[in-house]
Design a protein around this ligand. Structure first.
Ligand code: NDP
Length: 451
């Protein structure tokens, strides 16, 4: 049995994390944010110190790195680096997306796999945490080149994943097209038709509403938060960043609930639609991004919106904000601008889009703020339901899944509230999400002993 030595301070703990993970800024940031919630919570619960739980969760079970060679359309041999970080499988098979983007590094994927561990726990479904990807840029590549890359990537990944081992999904740069190519290659190599990936096409084992789930779920979370203040999405103005999967479906749900979407963005800048974006215009943007793979300024030109190059949308006055593009896209200045302009709630559709300083600014102003691991968990939740359907070899009805998604998001909201309520007036959703996610994983790890 473990012996209790003097419990480390948070600073000592973080010093160890920094020493063991040098140069991994995103990973260190994610661990620090969680540690700041967990240390005060476990202060009077020595069992979690004795079993070194947080230290063990912050050390991935396994990191796989591999070369991905592929041929472009001109016959050149190209080389990328592929990764899979299997962070923790205490409560279920590793589960988490695959990201194809030039900014992918080991640090980024370790942070995402770490976050995913808590997020998956929060859903209440049996899923551990993992994340993978490559520094491959699908932008500007032909379908044939993307297929060559996906097949080569999956040829290596096949030996490390499986329906009961590790079940990847999509993320930035990995949508239905990429999942199709990877699933096809897995099936070809293993001669097995199993639920090894989620986010699949409906023809080959996909689940209704998986595409919409992350964006819709983020807005359901927002609804739950607003309800604690007797407020609703209806009639509110909303600033959204990104124009990919999460951003566009978050926008769609805001419109369905009677809100007004003012902005969308991509890595080139943001568009500002002063009178709001209509469902038809949103449909046009979805087509632009998923079929024509164009830039967001094309939408500004088409609809007479303003396009602000190289900027984020946080200076636009709004009631609600949904950052849905990427990590660290909302800094302290952005947060202060939102607060100064009267924003009352922020729910993160993306993973860790707000810097630590931005989160502190929201908390200081005591506005409603939900971190990504709670607010964007709807996607992985429906992925978990896709796994269940694949195992049972059935497909549930769309209405059933819509209801399940709503229930799961409500459950996540309530767990955050249970662990994060500070006083009658304020819920700290960051603490709530971190602690609720931690407890389930930690108790499972204690049950297993030292493994
Ligand atoms: P997509 O690839 O569909 O869209 C990403 C969007 O973010 C695009 O508009 C993209 O612009 C923009 N973007 C990407 N990188 C940057 C950058 N460095 N600077 C500015 N903008 C950037 O991805 P998703 O919508 O799937 O993912 C968005 C976020 O949500 C990520 O943080 C992801 O991890 C998270 N998430 C996604 C889930 C899902 O189910 N898809 C589930 C849970 C979380 P451009 O087109 O110019 O690259």
């Amino acid at each position: 049995m473990p012996v209790l030595h003097a419990s480390p301070t948070i600073e000592q703990f973080m010093e160890g994390v920094r020493r063991r993970n040098p140069g991994e800024a995103e990973f260190q940031q994610a661990v620090q944010e969680v540690a700041e919630s967990i240390f005060p919570y476990i202060k009077d619960k020595p069992v979690y110190h004795e079993w070194e739980i947080l230290r063990r969760i912050a050390e991935p079970d396994r990191v796989i790195m591999f070369r991905v060679c592929w041929e472009d359309d001109k016959g050149n041999i190209r080389v990328n680096r592929g990764y899979r970080v299997q962070n923790n499988n205490a409560i279920g098979p590793y589960k988490g997306g695959i990201r194809f983007h030039p900014s992918v590094t080991l640090s980024v994927l370790k942070f995402l796999a770490f976050e995913q561990t808590f997020k998956n726990s929060l859903t209440g479904l049996p899923m551990g945490g993992g994340k993978g990807g490559a520094d491959f840029n699908p932008k500007g590549k032909s379908d044939n080149e993307v297929m060559n890359f996906c097949q080569s990537f999956m040829t290596e990944l096949t030996r490390h994943v499986g329906e009961d081992t590790d079940v990847p999904a999509g993320d930035i740069g990995v949508g239905a097209r990429e999942i199709g190519y990877m699933f096809g290659q897995y099936k070809r190599l293993t001669n097995k038709f199993v639920g090894v990936l989620t986010g699949k096409g409906m023809e080959f084992g996909g689940s209704p509403i998986r595409t919409e789930a992350t964006g819709y779920g983020a807005v359901y979370m927002m609804e739950g938060m607003l309800k604690t203040k007797d407020q609703r999405v209806e009639g509110k103005t909303v600033a959204i960043s990104g124009s990919g999967n999460v951003a566009t479906y978050a926008a769609e749900k805001v419109l369905q609930l009677g809100g007004k979407v003012l902005t969308l963005s991509d890595s080139s800048g943001f568009v500002h639609a002063k009178n709001g974006i209509s469902q038809e215009q949103l449909q046009w943007v979805m087509e632009l991004k998923t079929v024509r793979r164009g830039r967001i300024d094309e939408a500004a030109t088409a609809f007479g919106w303003d396009f602000v190059e190289g900027q984020k949308p946080w200076g636009v006055p709004c009631d609600l904000a949904l950052p849905c593009a990427t990590q660290n896209e909302l800094d302290e200045d952005g947060a202060k601008a939102l607060v100064a302009n009267g924003c009352i709630a922020v729910a993160e559709g993306a993973n860790m889009p707000s810097t630590i300083e931005a989160v502190q600014a929201f908390q200081k102003a005591r506005i409603l703020f939900a971190p990504g691991k709670a607010a964007n968990a709807g996607g992985v939740a429906v992925s978990g339901l896709e796994m269940s359907q694949n195992s049972a070899r059935i497909t549930w009805k769309e209405e059933e899944l819509q209801q399940l998604l709503r229930n799961i998001m409500q459950g996540i909201h309530d767990k955050c509230e249970e662990y994060g309520r500070v006083d009658d007036d304020y819920v700290d959703y960051v603490n709530g999400a971190n602690i609720a996610g931690f407890v389930k994983v930690a108790d499972a790890m204690i049950a297993y002993g030292v493994v």
